[in-house]
Design a protein around this ligand. Structure first.
Ligand code: GLA
Ligand code: ZN
Length: 610
């Protein structure tokens, strides 16, 4: 729990506005019930207009106004967007693409996470901010950087990559073996020959690519940790977060969440997407799972997001609905990008709590209504700070995600998140609450564990899942699983490799099809539950059950998958929050409260026995 009330507010960028506007902003924030403003996310140039010359006066005023207005502050370190002077003086702080071309300043996120000058300057401004504001009475939360995700392929990154590889593989022989460099004469004879996965004549080495993805996540995590430690040193009582994006492969959520005090999410489902409510629920469940409890919705748009080809606003009531969905699924606060709509710059068409039309507007009136509703929900006994019970876990594994999507896998169209979504959707529709879990985590509290894909299986993961089933859990494994080890060496002798005994199935061939996926598989102790219908594998066994372990060796039609998962849930004793609700009604239990969220058109009538 970050505060004694549900948090409500958004990013405020006062540096984009003349000071006359600031007092009005705070007056309107109070009118809307805002209790947290995120300040300073992109304010580096305003805070340090020249190297080493800090101009904190305006931020003193801003934080003072917020404090006087009774509004708390999430103070950001501005390090996601260095001012032009940094790149101009030190071009090596600018990120380099795989093609060797530097990305210039003039936008944002233009930094090399390895460049010593970037690191130095970022820590210096962080240190100066922390020294000045760590004990400010309005400060509630530190917001480090913004949406970490920058990748770079420069010489600084190459040097750090080599250090990272030494730590992972030990010596050069081990690295050559792990990367399979005997293929295509890629053997390295000195560390200095090793590069990031830069543009090559044909396709690069998959194990190198995989290691660079791991390294990239760890490298950025190092930047986060350095800033976190700098602010913590000044006042350990203030929690620290950084904002994650929905399903973002470059940043390994499990490793990152372990380093945060508060897990927070930026989420922008498309109002035109009929699956938006389900997809929104899914990313919110991921955040709760990463956090291991309450989390914070850091950004959503009250209206349109300006970066879509067609940026449709949210219809009346939709921002409220999705905000309540966040609270239902464990959020202790609902914040927005942004408070006041920008007049200039690339995001001038982005929605805001206070739109260009001003306070006399539908959007602002809805913001005020949401503020007061969240304030009254804060009073509800058994809600704030509580958890969301779930009997089902879906395994979420960045390792499998990265590896299964490497180039030259059997199906270039394979999407890990799409697979997870296909399995999540029928459960969401049936109002069965799911957590997400790391495959090596303690799974004993779940009745049912689903792995829509587990491409990479390590001995530790195999042992964990085997022990889980042995102690009474039910497990369902999807196709294209147990294929390779952590260095992308294919498992010999059949798939799902180390899980073959658990599911009692041996897959001989993967059989991707223009639409869908099948496998040439034989039971090895499992009972055959379903056969392929049509296509080149017509009639062959594809769904298997081996005691409480199931294997689904194809991509079923949605109705078939829904039926299968319903059966597995029933057998595992998994129940919906409420059964037989009208279509489009989502039911979630949080603490002592059951939320009923109506996503469809028109009215829905529901009888609830008290
Ligand atoms: C991200 C960023 C914000 C803003 C929004 C716009 O989430 O963190 O600064 O650019 O996107 O949707
Ligand atoms: Zn770099």
């Amino acid at each position: 729990m970050i505060g004694p009330r549900l948090l409500f507010g958004g990013d405020w960028n006062p540096e984009q506005w003349p000071p006359e506007v600031w007092a009005e902003d705070v007056r309107l924030m109070r009118a809307a019930g805002v209790n947290l403003a995120t300040v300073g996310v992109f304010a580096w140039a305003a805070l340090e207009p020249e190297p080493g010359r800090y101009t904190f006066g305006w931020l003193d005023t801003v934080l003072g106004l917020l404090h006087d207005g009774g509004i708390g502050v999430a103070l950001a370190t501005p390090t996601a967007s260095p001012p032009p002077w940094l790149g101009h003086r030190h071009p090596d702080t600018l990120p380099q693409g795989p093609d060797g071309v530097r990305r210039h300043y003039g936008s944002r996120n233009h930094y090399c996470p390895s460049a010593p000058e970037y690191r130095r300057a970022a820590l210096a401004v962080t240190e100066a901010l922390a020294a000045r504001y760590a004990h400010h009475p309005a400060l509630r939360l530190w917001h480090i950087g913004n949406e970490f995700g920058t990748t770079c392929h420069c010489g600084h990154c190459a040097a750090r990559f080599r250090d990272w590889l030494r730590a992972r593989h030990g010596d050069l022989d081990a690295l050559n073996e792990a990367w399979g460099t005997s293929v295509w004469s890629q053997r390295y004879s000195q560390w200095s020959e090793i590069l990031p996965p830069v543009t090559v004549q044909y396709i690069g080495n998959p194990a190198q690519d995989l290691d660079y993805q791991r390294f990239g996540s760890d490298l950025l995590l190092g930047c986060f940790v350095a800033e976190r430690d700098a602010v913590r040193a000044h006042n350990p009582a203030i929690p620290v977060t950084t904002n994650f994006m929905d399903f973002y492969r470059p940043v390994d959520g499990w490793r990152w969440a372990a380093e945060e005090d508060v897990v927070s999410l930026d989420t922008y489902p498309d109002p035109n997407d009929p699956g938006a409510a389900m997809r929104g629920a899914m990313s919110k469940d991921v955040m709760r799972s990463l956090a291991g409890g309450p989390w914070l919705l850091m950004e959503q748009s009250p209206g349109a997001a300006s970066w879509r080809p067609v940026s449709t606003p949210k219809r009346p009531g939709l921002n409220r609905l999705w905000s309540l969905q966040a609270v239902a699924r464990g959020a202790d606060g609902v914040l927005h990008f942004q408070w006041r709509a920008s007049r200039q710059g690339l995001e001038r068409a982005h929605g805001a709590l206070l739109p260009h039309a001003g306070e006399d507007s539908r959007v602002f009136r809805e913001a005020c209504a949401l503020g007061s509703e969240l304030a009254s929900l804060s009073e509800v006994d058994g809600l704030l700070g509580t958890d969301v019970p779930a009997d089902v876990a879906i395994l979420l594994d960045w390792e499998s995600w990265r590896a299964a999507e490497l180039p030259h896998q059997p199906d270039a169209g394979f999407s890990y998140v799409q697979r997870l979504t296909e399995w999540y959707e029928p459960l969401w529709t049936a109002n069965i609450t799911c957590d997400f879990a790391h495959p090596a985590a303690d799974l004993s509290r779940y009745r049912l564990v689903l792995a829509p894909n587990l491409y990479q299986v390590t001995p530790a993961v195999a042992a964990n899942l085997t022990a889980y089933v042995a102690s009474g859990g039910t497990f369902v494994l999807g196709p294209f699983s147990g294929v390779a080890d952590a260095d992308e060496r294919v498992h010999i002798g059949g798939w799902p490799g180390l899980l073959m005994d658990l599911v009692g199935v041996r897959v001989e061939e993967h059989w991707p099809l223009p639409s869908g996926w099948a496998e040439w598989a034989e039971p090895r102790g499992a009972e055959v539950i379903g056969h392929a219908r049509g296509g080149p594998l017509d009639g062959r066994p594809v769904v298997f059950r081996h005691g409480r372990a199931w294997y689904v060796g194809h991509t079923p039609e949605p109705e078939d998958l829904a039926r299968l998962l319903a059966r597995v849930c029933a057998e595992a004793g998994v129940r919906p929050v409420l059964a037989d609700l009208p279509p489009g009604v989502e039911a979630v239990r949080r603490g002592r409260v059951v939320f009923l969220l109506h996503h469809a058109e028109g009215r829905a009538e529901i009888r609830v026995d008290p």
